[in-house]
Design a protein around this ligand. Structure first.
Ligand SMILES: Cc1ncc(C[n+]2csc(CCOP(=O)(O)OP(=O)(O)O)c2C)c(N)n1
Ligand SMILES: [Mg+2]
Length: 632
């Protein structure tokens, strides 16, 4: 079949499916793009032909910013539990490099996205072309090489003959639960438009089975032996629990064994918040319940977690000297962390195997009872934070409470950066495994609206509540226009606090006095941003992009506006001003951010002294998870 490289690529992608547990779906369900030279005549022309061929061979969506379209693809793929994703096509140069941040975000979060940046002419006859970076040491380098370290698979198609093998490798990585992340096929603009005679079998319908590897017998036996000895065990559920659709298996395992379950950011939603075994968020943004249990834990079973510093409170949280880890993870890189007993397996299969092998065993009843007590106490803390009645401007925790009350159990809350991810992790009452979507692998300001768009596209039947700070909004709000264009309805709650509440408070804690974190006029006397707030009207900005807008001041008004937004068919932005100085209830856990060792400032010196105290609690977690017989 004689087609251009781009036409062959689109036709191939339209024939790829995933299958897990007997359910098939499109692997690449559509393509976001922004055209320019480098893709307009190649992938752009191929998408037009696909469109004219009718049906939904490869639906095309127009984004406003290339970084944002990768966020949208990530939101989509994460919500679909990595079983389906989107492609993103860009022009060469800035269009391409705009996607690099999105690629890093996808790879860090282990979410599949297919990136198709345009690249320089493979023939190089007209070099340097518009937007070409010239490397004096090599003519074989383009800006697209910046994708290499942030992609799980990168290839450049310099000749049509290279395409089939590259496509097969790309699909393998997209659909491998351990290896997945950003997959980048860099496409020189001349090669995209070049014709070739392709073998028919390239375009055969292909079904990529998403594997669910079972645990090895030997590793399972070691894990079971460790758990049987545990007096104060704790489960830490990460994102892998949700992607594997292992939440029912987790619940059954927790009920059978009485082991309390704590959740990471990506793992939040693994258990309903009010389940008797649920102890909520863990780590630097955790609940006092989960963190108290973590401090005492003798055996910790991590399920689908990559053990980020927020989860371990920078390796200060697990305080028991002989604490042992068992890591159930499909990715060996994660399974082997913390010197754990590595149970390299699919989360659901692994939990089912553990449940079977541990029949008749349960954690001591006093441990299970204590966990329940701690969780109950934390829930009272949440209720208090939801209903502070702080004034004149409400606290952020009250805003979260209002959104939680008004949203339905299956609705989705979205966030990524600022002070809200931590507050949501602690305070959000999750009722559905897909109801909580906080991007905290890259915590990328600007993910919120773009990511929310991807979720809505993935699951139009759910209401999507995007929680965004004024800083994140200013970085990337333009996809409101895309939401309006596509009729994809979002409810955006803009928390206006005139700057960075998060980094402001972090700055204060490291002795840097909130320097440079306020969106205010420069005070002529001090030279710092301590003047009046700026005449910036973000609600007007959202209205100008086509959103329905409401400005509210009180929590009661917010609830009314949220109900109206839920009832409306249009994308709505609700702006509320909050007091940035009211923190959420404490986690009683630390996060390692280094403080200046020498300083003129007394505030910094005091912070340094405190920092050195905290550093004492930091531990390498090297105790062998396996009880190795001492051989002398
Ligand atoms: C792209 C990007 N740049 C910088 C940061 C560092 N950072 C984290 S939170 C934050 C401020 C966020 O401000 P805002 O959205 O207003 O939220 P608030 O802190 O006020 O809750 C910054 C600068 C980041 N996470 N992402
Ligand atoms: Mg802010």
């Amino acid at each position: 079949m004689r087609l251009t490289v781009a036409q062959a690529l689109v036709r191939f992608l339209a024939a790829q499916y995933t299958e897990r547990d007997g359910v098939e779906q499109r692997l690449v369900a559509g393509c976001f793009g922004i055209f320019g030279h480098g893709n307009v005549a190649g992938v752009g022309q191929a998408l037009l032909e696909a469109h004219l061929a009718g049906g939904d061979e490869m639906p095309y969506y127009l984004a406003r910013n290339e970084q944002a379209m990768v966020h949208t693809a990530v939101g989509y793929a994460r919500h679909r539990n990595r079983l389906s994703t989107l492609a993103c096509t860009s022009s060469i140069g800035p269009g391409a490099t705009n996607m690099v941040t999105g690629a890093a975000l996808a790879t860090i979060n282990r979410i599949p996205v297919l990136l198709l940046p345009g690249d320089l002419f493979a023939t190089r006859v007209a070099s340097p072309v518009l937007q070409e970076l010239e490397d004096p040491q090599s003519l074989d380098v383009s800006v697209n090489d910046a994708f290499r370290p942030v992609s799980r698979f990168f290839d450049r198609i310099n000749r049509p003959e290279q395409l089939p093998a590259s496509l097969m490798a790309a699909m393998r990585v997209l659909t491998d639960p351990a290896d997945t992340g950003a997959v980048t096929l860099s496409l020189p603009q001349d090669v995209q438009a070049e014709a070739y005679d392709w073998p028919d079998e390239l375009f055969a319908r292909r079904v990529w089975r998403i594997r669910r590897p079972a645990p090895e017998e030997e590793a399972l036996a070691e894990a079971v032996a460790a758990l049987r000895e545990a007096r104060r065990p704790l489960i830490v559920a990460g994102g892998g629990t949700i992607y594997s659709e292992a939440t029912d298996a987790l619940r059954a395992f927790a009920e059978q064994t009485g082991i309390p379950v704590a959740e990471t950011q990506a793992g939040k939603g693994s258990m309903p918040y009010d389940h008797p075994c649920a102890v909520g968020a863990i780590g630097a943004t955790g609940t006092t319940a989960a963190n108290a249990l973590a401090r005492e834990a003798d055996v910790v079973l991590g399920v689908g977690t990559r053990w980020s510093d927020f989860t371990t409170a920078s390796r200060s949280l697990f305080a028991e000297p002989d604490v042992r880890f068992v890591n159930l993870n499909v990715a060996p890189v994660d399974a082997f962390k913390q010197a754990a007993i590595p149970l390299v397996a699919d989360a659901r299969r692994g939990l089912e195997a553990l449940a079977e092998a541990l029949e008749g065993w349960a954690a001591p009843a006093e441990h299970t009872g204590r966990a329940r007590e701690l969780a109950r106490a934390w829930d009272e803390t949440v209720e208090h934070a939801y209903t502070l009645g702080h004034g004149p401007k409400p606290a952020q925790s009250e805003v979260i409470g209002a959104v939680n009350r008004v949203s339905g159990p299956r609705d989705v809350v979205v966030c990524a950066a600022g002070s809200m991810p931590g507050d949501l992790h602690k305070l959000w009452r999750t009722r559905d495994p897909k109801g909580y979507h906080v991007e905290y692998g890259y915590s990328c300001m600007g993910y919120e609206i773009a990511g929310g768009l991807g979720i809505k596209l993935a699951d139009p039947d759910r209401e999507v509540f995007v929680m965004v700070g004024d800083g994140s909004y200013l970085m990337m709000a333009q996809e409101i226009a895309t939401a309006v264009q596509e009729g994809l309805k979002l409810t955006i709650v803009l928390v206006q606090n005139h700057g960075f509440a998060s980094i402001g408070s972090l700055s204060e804690s490291v002795g840097s006095q909130r320097f440079g974190t306020r969106y205010r006029y420069r005070d002529p006397e001090t030279g710092t941003f301590d003047g009046d707030v700026l005449p910036v009207d973000l609600a007007a900005n959202a209205a100008s992009l086509g959103a329905r807008v409401e400005r509210v001041e009180t929590i009661a008004e917010l609830e009314d506006a949220l109900r109206a937004a839920a009832a409306s068919e249009h994308t709505t932005l609700i702006q509320i001003e909050t007091d940035p100085l009211v923190p959420a209830p404490s986690s009683e856990a630390w996060w390692d951010v280094p403080v200046a060792e020498v300083a003129e400032l007394e505030s910094t010196r005091a912070a340094r002294a405190e920092y050195e105290q905290h550093k004492q609690a930091q531990r390498p977690y090297l105790a062998p998870g396996r009880q190795v017989e001492a051989t002398r």
